[in-house]
Structure formats: C-alpha cells, structure tokens
Ligand binder design. Sequence first.
Ligand SMILES: Nc1ncnc2c1ncn2[C@@H]1O[C@H](COP(=O)(O)OP(=O)(O)O)[C@@H](O)[C@H]1O
Ligand SMILES: [Mg+2]
Length: 163
Amino acid sequence: MSISDDVKPILEVSDLNVHYDTGQGPAKAVNEVSLSLKPGERLGLIGESGSGKTTMATALMRLTRPPGRIVSGSVILDGKDIMAMSVRELRETRLRDIALIPQGAMSSLNPVMRLEEQIIDAIAAHTTGMKRAALNARVEELLTNVGLAPKLRGGFPMNYRAA
Ligand SMILES: Nc1ncnc2c1ncn2[C@@H]1O[C@H](COP(=O)(O)OP(=O)(O)O)[C@@H](O)[C@H]1O
Ligand SMILES: [Mg+2]
C-alpha cells in the first residue's frame, strides 16, 4: 500500500517496553518496540503463543494490568500521547479512537442481555451526553455496518444470524 510521504502517522509507538514482574525477575514481554502507522495502513503482528502480541495490544490502550507494567515508551495516537492522558481522556479515547477486539469475541457478549443494551452500555461508558434517540440510531448504524438487520437489536447474541 502506498501512502504518500506527507501524510502524518495516526499511530506512533516509540521504544515501548512492557515487563511482567515475576519472582525470577522481570519478563521483558515487549522490548524496545517502535512502529508508525499512517491512516489507511494496516499492520499485522505475528508471533507464536507467548511472544507478546496481547501485551503489545493492551499496552497501546494503556490497559496493562499487574503484574505487567509499562516501563517506558510513548504511544502517540493522532497527535496525543496515550501515556500522558488523564483517566478521563483515556476513557473518551478508548473505543472512539482505539479499540481492541479480544480473541474469542463471541464469548465477550453476554448471552442473556439484549444486544442493544450491550452496545449502548459500551458507548455510554466512553461518551457523555448522548441522548437515548442518538444511542438507538447509533446501534442501528453499527448493526447495519456489519451486515446485521437493525431489527436484531432486541435479540440475544446467541440467536444471531446474518440477515
Ligand atoms: N500474567 C503474567 N505474568 C507473568 N508473565 C506474563 C503474564 N502474561 C504474560 N506474561 C509474559 O509475557 C509474554 C507474552 O505474553 P502475551 O502478550 O500474552 O503473548 P501472546 O499474546 O503473543 O500469546 C509471555 O511469554 C510471558 O513471559
Ligand atoms: Mg495473546
């Protein structure tokens, strides 16, 4: 893919280090990683189990949890440093500007909660001031985007079929 040289990166990671503190010293799961992505570019990260893919992805969103810790590095998303953001800024940025779809995404959906409630919960957790009508419209838009009929909004995840 050729993206012209004058386009600024949307994501720039510099010298990222993420360690897990263990009884036998730190496990250096992400070691001096730098990368740059421009809008429209895609990057695949390939490696065997335990090579640090999940550690890398979660650190980009500052979702690293103990015993893991981001030791150093910067993650600049659209000009803003994720590592320097306030908790509030982070909450607004996650899902809106950067998101993580975990392995086994189907098991991330609650089978006894209507799909629209789950989507609205997620949007409401990351935005402020959206009215119910706007939330409803957004749910329909999102379902349509992934090829699901809007009427499926009131159903449960386990019953889903592409329309
Ligand atoms: N909870 C943990 N405690 C200690 N070390 C961990 C933990 N999670 C991950 N690691 C270390 O980080 C490495 C990378 O793990 P991970 O990012 O989950 O790899 P991948 O997603 O590529 O399978 C592991 O090989 C292990 O050394
Ligand atoms: Mg993984």
